[in-house]
Design a protein around this ligand. Structure first.
Ligand SMILES: *[C@@H]1O[C@H](CO)[C@@H](O)[C@H](O)[C@H]1NC(C)=O
Ligand SMILES: *[C@@H]1O[C@H](CO)[C@@H](O)[C@H](O)[C@H]1NC(C)=O
Length: 771
């Protein structure tokens, strides 16, 4: 199963789940729904020894069955991720609860969706490059995953070369079906599971595996992508062969399983993050998201729970979602999260068709069956819509062209159990097709013409097929993928999102071996490694990168680590031209597609300058968004009054909406940003501001030189953007780069000026001005 079909499955699950709460239960009582309830702990009466008892008592007082001990209604008590609990309530009970002492707000417990041998080199990692030895391969850092569990016997989780478990670790390796405490080691140091929310929402759901064991493959894949140890000689049926390793090969892995075959609920995800915070996780990697969020950040369980994580110093990397390429399609864009989009890497998997004439045609392929086939007779079968006819030429290589859509053609060929097929198509087909269950080649119109000419000229046309070929160094790479969700972020448009892109397409990593990875005629195929695609795969790359930065700079805040990764990202691909957008005819991508660019670890450990931020800064920012006291309390847990309101979060990127900003002379828009940079490079260093792109916009940086006298000194500057209001849907972009005089350091920040209107339909203006 490839990533896209996995998401289809999770979406279907979601539909089922949404319907179920509206069914009245068989006992005839009012339907019950589960909720996440935020409470103000400052209101807790002194008679209660702890929050749990207070919540139980509150529930008991609103219960329809007076005097009942409502512990079965209480799903979880939360203590670190938010103040409150989750519970199953009838409408009347919910109404009564809303009048209770300390009640702040509630949201329905809604479902979420789930969203490498070669990639570490592509990130600029390798023993010679210094990042691994300097960080001791991330050994001191614990990365937590909220995912589908983990397959502990995977080779990626061996603990050779890794020292003893950090003493501060408070997590556990919980036993359950197929999982023993001894399943953990010095690499995989924790595994817990959370399914009370799922069971409350789907009382009839059967759990395939009540433990941290991964039966889907996704969690094994993400965790080994971030922190898998070295495994020699792996491949996916011959594709991508080499040594597999995570980005931080010696970082510790702690799995919090909250994603189940039957769905994933907010209440379980919050409980998982709650535990990860308490256990002492340093970096959180989240490859799931909440897509149906409204405009209030506090309705998004991941935004809420990760605010608490950020306050405790955890770095959070999360996938931007696979809902691209429209603007406003991004998830997980809260300002305290590092939001990761997905790009391609410089690697291609392909097959080759060699004709009797000696001519060869290559085509993208992930066919996992026998790698060699032929020579076979070639027969042209037109649109391939006649199954009996196709059956009559079994043993030959059929060629199909036009009329029917590719989908129907492939289906007919499969039904007829053809020996091999070549499909001539003008559309570039997705991985779903190239991972075909029978020997198939999808070729474009130009190669198709070569093939047709050969068939016409030759008396007995023949061809051979070869599969499982891997090519490295393909250009251009990286490119931003079609599926990668794009900014701005609906709930918080004033921060430019995504933050950056990382490899997401066809990432090779460990897999749960009892979950099929492909299908051929003889049945399902299984593998301990799998190639998977999605922003789910991009986020753990960044989590691993953050682990390496944190190993070298253990005292850096999550914002400082994010800044280091963002300001050192690159904007040029391997043809030295701007990174391109596959969804937009390979034209240059904008920061709304790729943020600061593609992650480059060889610079991130020593960025020279950082844009730091503390929890107070985020609170001032939320105040700047004019949230009401109860809304603030739901996110911050303790703050309901604003001391300072400011949208100037100290963020290493900039976005201005021309229609909303103040006017200046002649109806121009004017937007000012204040930022503070910290010198983490040499003691005495001077930086000069350089601005690129932003055609038609007046850009001022004051001062335009920063002179640091010592390390850790902070200096402030102001960026002013001024220009005409843009016409509808325009995106103008560029960068501000602080370049150190010696040339050793430079810190780059993307700038977007746009007239995009929230949730407006996607129109890519032809006048998109490029850098
Ligand atoms: C749940 O299971 C019970 C007992 O087996 C059954 O009576 C009920 O119809 C089931 N409910 C749903 C929604 O499937
Ligand atoms: C990554 O950073 C290194 C060190 O500055 C640089 O040499 C390399 O070109 C960068 N990679 C890309 C793809 O820009």
């Amino acid at each position: 199963m490839d990533a896209s079909s996995m998401f289809a499955v999770s979406l279907c699950t979601l539909c089922l789940v949404i319907i179920s709460p509206t069914f009245a239960s068989s006992t005839g009582r009012q339907p019950r729904t589960s909720y996440i309830i935020h409470m103000n702990v400052q209101s807790m009466p002194k008679v209660f020894s702890d929050h749990h008892n207070w919540y139980l008592n509150t529930l008991s007082s609103v219960s329809e069955n007076r005097g009942e001990i409502p512990s079965h209604k209480l799903i979880y008590t939360y203590s670190s991720s938010l103040h409150g609990f989750s519970a199953t309530l009838s409408p009347a009970e919910l109404d009564a609860l809303k009048e209770s002492l300390g009640f702040v707000s509630c949201t329905v417990d809604r479902p979420l969706e789930l969203h490498t041998t070669h990639t570490p080199e592509f990130l600029g990692l390798g023993p010679a490059l210094g990042a691994w030895p300097a960080s001791r391969y991330g050994e001191d850092v614990i990365i937590g995953f909220v995912d589908t569990g983990v397959w502990p016997d995977s080779l990626s989780f061996h603990d050779e070369g890794i020292g003893s478990i950090p003493l501060r670790w408070r997590g556990a390796c919980e036993s359950g079906m197929g999982f023993k405490p001894s399943s953990c080691n010095r690499k995989l140091i924790g595994a817990r599971f959370f399914n009370k929310g799922l069971l409350a929402n789907r009382p009839n759901g059967t759990l395939s595996m009540s433990s941290g064991l991964d039966t889907a493959g996704h969690g094994t894949h993400t965790s080994s992508t971030a922190a898998g140890n070295f495994v020699k000689g792996v491949s996916y049926f011959g594709y991508a062969s080499g040594t597999a390793k995570g980005v931080a090969p010696h970082a510790r892995i702690a799995m919090y399983k909250a994603v189940w075959t039957h769905g994933v609920y907010s209440s379980d995800v919050i409980a998982a993050i709650d535990r990860a915070i308490e256990d002492g996780v340093d970096v959180l990697s989240l490859s799931l998201g909440f897509s149906s969020g409204g405009s209030f950040l506090g309705d998004d369980p991941i935004a809420v729970a990760t605010f608490a994580a950020m306050e405790k110093g955890l770095f959070v990397a999360a996938s931007a979602g696979n809902d691209g390429p429209l603007h406003w399609s991004l998830m997980n864009g809260a300002p305290w999260i590092m939001t990761v989009g997905a790009g391609t890497i410089d690697r291609e998997f392909y097959g080759m068709l060699t004709l009797g004439s000696g001519a060869t045609i290559t085509f993208p392929s992930l066919y996992p069956g026998k790698p060699f086939l032929g020579p076979l007779d070639i027969v042209f079968m037109g649109a391939c819509d006649d199954v009996p006819k196709l059956e009559s030429v079994r043993g030959k290589m059929i060629v199909c062209k036009d009329k029917l859509g590719i989908n129907a053609q492939v289906e007919k060929a499969m039904t007829a159990r053809v020996t091999a097929a070549v499909f001539i198509t003008e559309v570039s087909v997705s991985e779903f097709y190239t991972r075909s269950s029978f020997p198939a080649a999808f070729v474009g119109l130009r190669d198709g013409q070569i093939l047709m000419d050969y068939i016409q000229r030759s008396s007995i046309p023949k061809g051979r097929l070869v599969f499982q070929k891997t090519r490295i160094g393909t250009r251009p790479a990286p490119r931003v993928e079609i599926y990668s969700s794009r900014g701005p972020f609906v709930s918080c448009p004033n921060i430019l999102k995504p933050d950056l892109i990382a490899p997401g397409t066809q990432v090779l990593a460990s897999w749960a071996p009892q979950t099929p990875v492909g299908e051929v005629k003889s049945g399902s195929l299984y593998s301990t490694f799998n190639l998977v695609t999605g922003t789910s795969m991009a986020a753990p790359h960044v989590a691993g990168a953050a682990a390496l930065v944190k190993s070298v700079h253990p005292d850096w805040s999550p914002a400082a680590i994010r800044s280091a990764l963002m300001t050192t990202a690159y904007l040029l691909d391997n043809t030295r031209t701007p990174i391109k957008d596959i969804a937009n005819y390979n034209l240059p991508a904008s920061p709304l597609d790729i943020g600061s660019g593609h992650i480059n670890l060889s610079r991130a450990l020593d960025p020279g300058l950082i844009y730091d931020e503390n929890p107070q800064g985020y609170i001032s920012f939320l105040c700047g968004m004019n949230y009401r006291p109860k809304q603030l309390l739901a996110i911050t847990r303790s703050v309901s009054h604003c001391i300072k309101r400011s949208l100037d979060l100290n963020y290493p990127s900039f976005i201005a909406f021309t229609d909303r900003e103040g006017s200046h002379s002649g109806g121009n828009f004017v937007k000012e940003f204040w930022r503070t940079v910290t010198n983490v490079g040499n003691d005495r260093s001077a930086y000069a501001a350089k601005v690129i792109g932003l055609e038609g916009i007046r850009v001022r940086v004051e001062p335009d030189r920063l002179m640091f006298k010592q390390k850790n000194e902070k200096l402030r500057y102001k960026l002013t953007l001024e220009g005409p209001r843009l016409s509808a849907e325009e995106v103008v972009h560029g960068s501000l780069i602080w370049v150190e005089d010696s040339g050793r350091y430079s810190a780059s920040s993307p700038i977007v000026v746009t007239s995009l209107v929230q949730e407006s339909p996607f129109i890519r203006s032809k006048s998109d001005r490029q850098v």
